[in-house]
Write a new protein. Structure first.
Length: 279
């Protein structure tokens, strides 16, 4: 079988399964199997394939047909112009989170900040900030040891392991530090809404990184309350939130002594991120 034939067969199967990115996914799966770029795949369409490659392709295709996210199949996800290692212990980095980082980089002028990332997962947020803010250093915390192992791997790949430590701790146990900037993409989906998520999210991404309790605000509240004790005066808290949560979160921020500077909308025009300053 030739490359073009296998891609077409894979694409057809994915399309029948109502996967919109069926052509791209088929190409990327074969690219992973052959360990060559997608571009090279496209210019080598008349190349004949070994049976072992076809078998490997079909195994990965089957996973995609069961709605497993491509990022987990490929074991990587591009984010902020870098490829990050990801697996089922971490959330998949999303474009909306990129908007938060872009805004921080635009407004943040301090050149040597100490940064904390709460619920760091793959480390994509803090590592992207450390790479782009001069003389920055930071800590990423998470309750998942396996997620932290992956974050460390990403830091080593990006040569940022000397600028960033990853610690296995919950929010409540962080003390003895004073940070200039705290960032977090916490779990913010209400428990009863998890069942309404798309199959690829609810069946494959870690529930602990999604479930924010009865109203989706359990972890958000903890992040805000803790930030009041570990942020320096005039320090910044940048947090991602769920749909229609911003009014309640603004209330909590105001009660805790934060003044709000920016509301950031996602690509669907929902308020997705809040950036606040501790008075």
């Amino acid at each position: 079988m030739y490359i073009s034939q296998l891609i077409n067969l894979g694409s057809k199967a994915l399309k029948e399964n109502k996967i919109k990115s069926h052509i791209l996914d088929s190409e990327l799966i074969l690219s992973k199997i052959l360990k060559i770029s997608r571009e090279k795949i496209l210019i080598s369409s008349d190349q004949k394939l070994k049976n072992s490659y076809i078998l490997s392709f079909n195994k990965l295709l089957k996973r995609r047909l069961h709605s497993e996210p491509m990022a987990y199949i490929l074991k990587r996800k591009e984010f902020f112009s870098k490829n990050f290692y990801v697996n089922k212990n971490t959330l998949i980095p999303r474009p909306d989170t990129k908007l938060l980082i872009e805004k921080i980089l635009k407004i943040y002028k301090k050149k040597d900040p100490y940064i904390l990332d709460i619920g760091t997962g793959s480390g994509c947020i803090i590592l992207s900030l450390l790479q782009n803010i001069e003389n920055s250093r930071g800590i990423g915390i998470d309750i998942s040891k396996k997620a932290l192992d992956l974050a460390k791997k990403n830091a080593e790949k990006m040569k940022l392991n000397k600028k960033c430590k990853f610690i296995h701790k919950s929010i409540e146990k962080i003390c003895g530090y004073k940070f200039d900037l705290i960032v977090s993409n916490p779990p913010y989906i209400a428990s009863h809404q998890i069942k309404n998520l798309s199959k690829d999210i609810k069946q494959y991404e870690p529930r602990k990184a999604l479930d924010g309790g009865n109203d989706g605000l359990d972890v958000i509240k903890k992040v805000i309350y803790k930030s009041t004790t570990i942020l320096k005066k005039n320090g910044i808290l940048a947090i991602e939130i769920g749909n229609e949560q911003y009014k309640k979160v603004l209330q909590i921020l105001n009660l805790c002594g934060f003044r709000n500077r920016f509301l950031i909308k996602d690509y669907q025009k929902n308020i997705r991120c809040l950036i606040s300053v501790l008075k």
